[in-house]
Design a protein around this ligand. Structure first.
Ligand code: AMP
Length: 283
């Protein structure tokens, strides 16, 4: 059964989606960036390249069984899809931003420029606030300058674009990142197994992100201290070293902790410390 996966054909999410799939053992690299389809995993997966904005709709209508796209686009489209994995890249916030010199709250009847009219409408309606939505297809940040709107609702990650346009975020409507989503019927049907296998492979890549594998030789008598220092997933793996009272330990650690852990291990007398990347992690 071939699982059809839709991924962004360009834009911010394109390369990262390819990277995650590649790390999960699905290699789609090619030199033709204009291709529409690719086959992988011995025909078990068919990848469709589409605009990020269209992917949630394609998945909910069944043109694809699964898709990778931004959570903001999924929510804006209102598509009926099931979220399978938070892929952790493409992180951003959908915010209400106002000119930095605006004092006090947005007035009733204020005009808000956005390319997310549905999420914006719901946000203000839920709060009983009355605004006029000015729909734009991009570059909403320019709208207050040209007198088209009093405020905007747009995505921000670093905040630099808002700052450059002298806008300040006032409210967060949604936290977003790229997600693997599925068609609910495909999930309940004969493709369920193939979809679950794909989600599992992708998830194992995400778990491995930011983790390192640490190995070291330590004197057996400090093992309790080492176990306390390195809890790992289920404590460190301990392997005896023949004809000695030393043991080899192996453990998964957060990348951000590696520096401190090495320092502490050295203090406990560890030798032969080795840190390696992890490709996939199945907890
Ligand atoms: P694209 O328009 O194809 O480049 O993709 C836009 C998607 O990238 C958005 O829908 C978000 O999911 C994601 N994204 C992440 N950070 C940002 C950002 N700062 N601005 C716009 N989109 C972002």
């Amino acid at each position: 059964m071939t699982v059809r996966l839709a991924i962004p054909n360009k834009g911010r999410l394109h390369r990262k989606a390819l990277e995650v799939l590649e790390a999960a053992g699905i290699d789609l690299r090619g030199d033709d960036d204009r291709r529409l389809y690719a086959e992988s995993a011995e025909g078990r997966l068919r990848v469709l390249f589409a605009r990020a904005d269209d992917i949630a709709g394609f998945v909910s209508h069944g043109a694809a069984d699964v898709g990778i796209t931004g959570w903001d686009l999924v929510r804006e489209s209102g598509a009926d899809v099931e979220e399978l994995v938070d892929l952790g890249f493409g992180s951003c916030r959908l915010v209400v931003a106002v000119p930095e010199d605006l004092e006090g709250p947005l007035e009733d009847g204020a005009r808000v420029a956005t390319s997310f009219p549905n999420l914006t409408r719901r946000h203000f309606e839920d709060r009983g606030r009355d605004v006029e939505i000015v729909q734009v297809s991009g570059a909403a940040e320019a709208a207050p300058h040209i007198g088209v709107a009093d405020a905007i609702v747009d995505l921000t990650s670093s905040g630099r674009t808002l700052e450059r346009n002298r806008l300040v975020p006032r409210e967060t409507i949604l936290e977003s990142s790229a997600r693997l989503v599925a068609n609910p019927e495909a999930l309940a049907g004969s493709k369920a197994r193939g979809i679950e296998d794909l989600a599992f492979a992708v998830e194992s890549v995400i778990h491995a992100r930011g983790k390192k594998y640490l190995m070291a030789d330590v004197p057996e008598e400090v093992l309790d201290d080492v176990a306390e220092l390195l809890p790992g997933i289920e404590g460190p793996t301990v392997v005896p070293i023949q004809t000695s009272d030393w043991v080899a330990i192996q453990v998964v650690v957060d990348e951000s902790d590696v520096y401190d852990k090495i320092h502490a291990l050295k203090k406990l007398g560890a030798k032969g410390i080795l840190v390696t990347p992890i490709e996939r992690l199945v907890p």
